[in-house]
Design a protein around this ligand. Structure first.
Ligand SMILES: NC(=O)C1=CN([C@@H]2O[C@H](COP(=O)(O)OP(=O)(O)OC[C@H]3O[C@@H](n4cnc5c(N)ncnc54)[C@H](OP(=O)(O)O)[C@@H]3O)[C@@H](O)[C@H]2O)C=CC1
Ligand SMILES: CC(=O)N[C@@H](CCC(=O)OP(=O)(O)O)C(=O)O
Length: 344
């Protein structure tokens, strides 16, 4: 069995890791940390996990104990993995980081967007960006994996077929994205209150959101050129899910876009290109490690619209993290992740 440690077990992505790993045939969670809930049994805090982790309790992070695990997931705010990664890697432990600590290649760009110096620039050369659909070979055997952000996963999967094929104009891409409230984490905040988020919707971060450089980095890699991207995230009254409506100018009408997308993702177990004319719904990916896509060319014009939906906590975080673990360890990529979504 693979010995697993999870740092940050009381957040939404931490408990989602527990839910998914409960049915993973090769994984055994040995350590789950929380500084605020030390000693509390996991099954007492999370009744949905009763019958699974009955002997497991939260403990404070202990680097020596984590270093005895085969894989440590960081489900923590940014900066935490920076502080512990080097020591853990030295013990031979693999790190799968759900935070943004190792997603950007450039430490100065990271510092600008995260408002603090990068805490481990010496590890950036080793860090692998864990989007399997573009980086599978590098993930195999990797010791330090940066799991992509939720918005970046949905936007990149939707636009890369057009960019890799050189079909989309790169100077005016638009990503109009809606997220459920769990994307903001489990910490108490006025902006996440039921009374603030129900029966209302709002944009935020229009002037610049920290996912902009991450998305741009991935799109530039796909396009082989600089990209101009407008990214507008929105908070919507749902718990889970991201719906991205993506706009790209595609002046070449000779290519069958439905076929292009279907072929690009033909061998991808967790990307579903829906039939022409589809409108994927967030509920159809709820709880599942899948991105559903639909490509449209309204009224036969130059503007192409791609619809992309994921569950922010699964393909946008914890499911993708486990997908990365499976690939890194040479397991079947689908192990523990094959279940369908909760809703039609
Ligand atoms: N929510 C989402 O949809 C997504 C989140 N992410 C990223 O994943 C990470 C976790 O997100 P999420 O689960 O929402 O976060 P939460 O805020 O819900 O949980 C954070 C967890 O980290 C622990 N923690 C906080 N500070 C420290 C610290 N200094 N040292 C050790 N543990 C700490 C907390 O427990 P305690 O304080 O008790 O120790 C808690 O368990 C973040 O970086 C987030 O940006 C990525 C993709 C999607
Ligand atoms: C709705 C909401 O607040 N979403 C978060 C992004 C989700 C997230 O956790 O960001 P990472 O993937 O980079 O960790 C935000 O806009 O900051």
């Amino acid at each position: 069995m693979i010995k697993i440690g999870i740092v940050g077990g009381t957040g939404y992505t931490g408990v989602e890791l527990l839910r998914l790993l409960a049915t993973h045939p090769e994984a055994h969670v040995e350590i789950i940390t929380s500084r605020s809930e030390e000693g509390v049994r996991v099954a007492d805090m999370y009744p949905n996990l009763r019958g699974h982790y009955d002997d497991l309790a939260f403990s404070v992070p202990d680097t020596a104990a984590l270093g005895r695990c085969d894989v440590v997931f960081f489900a923590t705010p940014h900066g935490v993995a920076h502080a512990l990664a080097a020591e853990l890697l030295a013990t031979g432990t693999r790190i799968i980081d759900l935070s943004a600590d190792f997603r950007l290649r450039d430490a100065d760009v990271w510092a600008k967007w995260y408002g603090q110096p990068h805490g481990a620039p010496e590890l950036l050369g080793e860090a692998v960006y864990g989007l399997p659909e573009v980086n599978r070979e590098a993930i195999r055997g990797a010791r330090l994996i940066a799991v992509p952000g939720c918005y970046p996963t949905s936007v990149q999967l939707g636009l890369i077929p057009l960019l890799e094929a050189g079909l989309a104009r790169t100077d005016n891409l638009i990503a109009d994205c809606k997220s459920g409230v769990s994307g903001a984490g489990r910490g108490a905040k006025v902006s996440s209150l039921f009374g603030e988020t129900t029966e209302s919707m709002k944009a935020y971060g229009v002037a610049g959101h920290r996912h902009l450089p991450e998305i741009s980095q991935g799109l530039q890699r796909a396009a082989g050129a600089e990209v101009g991207l407008t990214f507008v995230p929105h908070l919507t009254p749902m718990i889970r899910g991201i719906h991205s409506t993506l706009y790209a100018q595609v002046p070449d009408h000779s290519v069958d876009l439905q076929k292009l997308f279907a072929e690009r993702y033909a061998n991808e177990p967790f990307v579903d290109v829906m039939p022409a004319g589809s409108h994927p719904e967030t509920r159809s990916v709820r709880g599942a490690n899948v991105c559903r896509l639909a490509v449209h060319r309204p009224q036969g014009g130059d503007l192409v619209v791609v619809l992309s939906v994921i569950d922010n906590l699964v393909k946008g975080a914890s499911g993708q993290a486990i997908q990365n673990m499976n690939i890194a360890l040479g397991l079947d990529e689908r192990m523990g992740l094959a279940h369908p979504a909760l809703m039609p």
